[in-house]
Design a binder for this molecule. Structure first.
Ligand SMILES: [Zn+2]
Length: 278
């Protein structure tokens, strides 16, 4: 597995009651940061895993019915927190971004896709198939805001070839197969279904040898993975498949127990993100 530079960043946050995020959680609101990661590959250049929120989230949720999305999860985003602004602070222009790996098509993961004019969009095809024909209320019910996709999305789309899975080494058990995204084993996609169809996790080895496993929304908190603790049953209303969600969470739990040195990064776990962004 070749290595990459990994920088974990956040573009805004929303709030969520802790007892919804995890069974046994407290009756108080907690921050749900919207994580994105800058991945710099020696040959393929700078790439992103998800994008977090952007200004476009606010314009897309100005009117009903989409306004309900903003009311359900109140979002805070300062201008300097957008992916574009944080990359600029690192000397990276929007047109430098070669690829954006999309974990899934929920608004808090794709809101800035349109800010990167040259990027190719990489995702598991079934994730987009599950939402591409949805509009209005039906899209909103899946936390999908079609207006967040740039108009040339399909021309720049580079869905993962599902016909070419690759066995993972035995120490990745219970995850048995992945997809080699760049052809040099530096980035391996792993399907993590349940939260939504075709959710894509990403394995990356950082230059210092630490393996990162970006698991998106397969769990909202690292505590859920460590203790195999589900969210409140109400959360099942927004999951595409609660049974698969439980199976995926149980697999992540087993993996964490056998490989505690791997940095598992749930996209919205403030504690984990503070640890790796500090
Ligand atoms: Zn999600």
């Amino acid at each position: 597995m070749s290595s990459v530079r990994v920088t974990i960043l956040m573009a805004g946050h929303c709030t969520c009651p802790e007892h919804i995020a995890i069974q046994g959680g407290r009756w108080r609101n907690i921050h749900f940061p919207a994580m994105f990661a800058l991945i710099e590959h020696p040959r393929c250049g700078p790439m992103l895993f998800d994008t977090g929120y952007s200004e476009r989230f606010f314009s897309e949720t100005r009117r009903f019915p989409n306004r309900l999305y903003r009311l359900a999860t109140p979002v805070t985003l300062e201008e300097k927190q957008t992916a574009q602004a944080q990359l600029a602070a690192r000397g990276i222009r929007p047109s430098d971004i070669e690829r954006v790996f999309i974990s899934h098509f929920h608004a808090d993961h794709i809101a800035a896709l349109g800010d990167f004019p040259r990027a190719r969009y990489v995702y598991l095809p079934q994730a987009f198939e599950a939402v591409r024909s949805l509009a209005g209320w039906r899209a909103l019910a899946r936390a999908y805001l079609p207006g967040l996709l740039p108009s040339d999305f399909t021309e720049r789309a580079a869905p993962v070839d599902m016909a070419a899975p690759r066995p993972l080494p035995p120490d990745y058990a219970p995850f048995a197969t992945g997809f080699d995204l760049l052809g040099d084993e530096s980035l391996l996609a792993v399907e993590l279904p349940g939260h939504c169809t075709g959710q894509m996790g990403l394995l990356a080895r950082r230059e210092d040898g630490i393996i990162f496993f970006f698991v998106a929304d397969a769990a909202w908190l690292m505590r859920s993975i460590a203790g195999n603790r589900l969210p409140h049953a109400l959360a099942n209303l927004i999951f595409s498949n609660p049974r698969l969600y439980r199976l995926t969470l149980a697999k992540l739990h087993r993996f964490h127990v056998s490989r505690p040195e791997v940095a598992i990064i749930p996209s919205h776990c403030a504690e984990t993100l503070a640890r790796y962004t500090g």
